[in-house]
Write a protein that binds this ligand. Structure first.
Ligand code: NAP
Length: 342
């Protein structure tokens, strides 16, 4: 590969794709040529990179000619179908979908945790689930110090995690409520015609349902922290019981975590370790109402952790609250960081 890379973004028009473009620009990634790919619906439309207008092309099997790095963010089906074409054309694929994450031949990478795994790639590198990546930003440094055994977590996941249509749905439903002549005392329920993306109204609601349900009663999304966490942290014994919840927040996921460790943990020691952790800020001054909030973390590269306290129901347990912009650390930024490692 030459110094300047020919980069392709598959799904350039999506919620993640747009952020990938921005990350490449802001981080001054050595882009020699940029190919923007999306569906036939977007072909011919323009996007801007470093002040230059680029025309979006339709994704086709032969779209990867000369591409060095292909950032995929158009869903698992598209990745499964087109990533092999990109690899065949000589590109390294960084894939945002869940298509290859648990494939033993594909490294699954959070650069702050297991950057060295990138070296083992055979053409495809997977980007982890967004909630998992954000949680590991705080959990992994603690694991290194105290050895994590088990985790209980609840997520509060923003609608942008579902993509551009879900962002529009929350905006549309909020607008319909605000302009519908209602007061806060009225029923906040909107007509079913307002519900398109999620199984229920998302505005003024919380949905304990992210991804599809498994026979166990957990959802697929809820098992990702255990499955992907084991692979990323090289910790096959990790156990995690997670409830994933969709909340009416536009951007940035929050996760309430209780972690049980092998070794005794103190808040002071945990704070010291987390203060050194790359890509993570500590916002933890409850007396002054300071803790991480999705509204404040949206658009930021770093994740933030707060509400550190000894877990009163566990031996060697620590409870904390971690927030991260899932479009960035949970997707676009992590993918571009992987590309930087390459
Ligand atoms: P999105 O906003 O719905 O965007 C989907 C993108 O895929 C659009 O660019 C769309 O192009 C493109 N696409 C759809 N069908 C296509 C086709 N047949 N051929 C080529 N391109 C096609 O979704 P997103 O939130 O960006 O998510 C994209 C992927 O990233 C998913 O696999 C998702 O699981 C993963 N991911 C998302 C997040 C997140 O926070 N959103 C986090 C981690 C991982 P058009 O505009 O032309 O339709």
């Amino acid at each position: 590969m030459s110094q300047l890379k020919h980069v392709a973004i598959v799904g350039a028009t999506g919620a993640v794709g747009v952020e990938m473009l921005r990350c490449l620009e802001e981080r001054n990634f050595p882009v020699g040529q940029l190919t923007l790919l999306a569906s036939a619906r977007s072909a011919g439309k323009k996007m801007t990179f470093k002040g230059q207008e680029l025309t979006i092309k339709e994704l086709t099997p032969d779209a990867f000619e000369g591409v060095d790095i292909a950032l995929f963010s158009a869903g698992g089906g598209i990745s499964k179908e087109f990533a092999p074409h990109a690899v065949k054309a000589g590109a390294v694929v960084v894939d945002n979908s869940s298509a290859f994450r648990m494939d033993p031949t594909v490294p699954l990478v959070v650069p702050e945790v297991n950057a060295a795994d990138v070296k083992t790639h055979q053409g495809i590198i997977a980007n982890p689930n967004c909630t998992t990546a954000i949680t590991l930003m705080a959990l992994y440094p603690l694991h290194q110090a105290f050895g994590v055994k088990r985790v209980w977590a609840s997520s509060y996941q923003a609608v942008s995690g579902t993509g551009a249509q879900a962002i529009e749905e929350l905006a549309r439903q909020s607008h319909a409520w605000a302009t519908g002549g209602r007061t806060a005392w009225d029923d906040a329920k909107l007509p079913d015609s307002e519900i398109q993306v999620y199984p229920h109204q998302i505005a003024f609601n919380v949905l304990p349902h992210v991804d599809s349900f498994l026979d166990s009663g957990y959802t697929k999304e809820e098992m990702k922290l255990e499955n992907e966490g084991r692979k990323i942290m090289h910790h096959p014994d990790l156990r995690a019981s997670v409830t994933c919840v969709r909340v009416p927040v536009f951007r940035a996921h929050s996760v309430a975590v209780s972690a049980e460790f092998d070794k005794p943990v103190t808040v002071a020691a945990a704070r010291e370790i987390l203060a050194q952790a790359p890509g993570l800020d500590i916002i933890d001054d409850p007396a002054n109402k300071q803790y991480p909030l999705p509204l404040n973390i949206a658009g930021k590269d770093n994740c933030a952790v707060g509400r550190l306290r000894l877990d009163c129901a566990l031996d060697n347990g620590l409870a904390f609250w971690v927030v991260g912009d899932q479009l960035l650390k949970g997707a676009a930024l992590n993918a571009v960081q992987i590309a930087e490692l390459l």
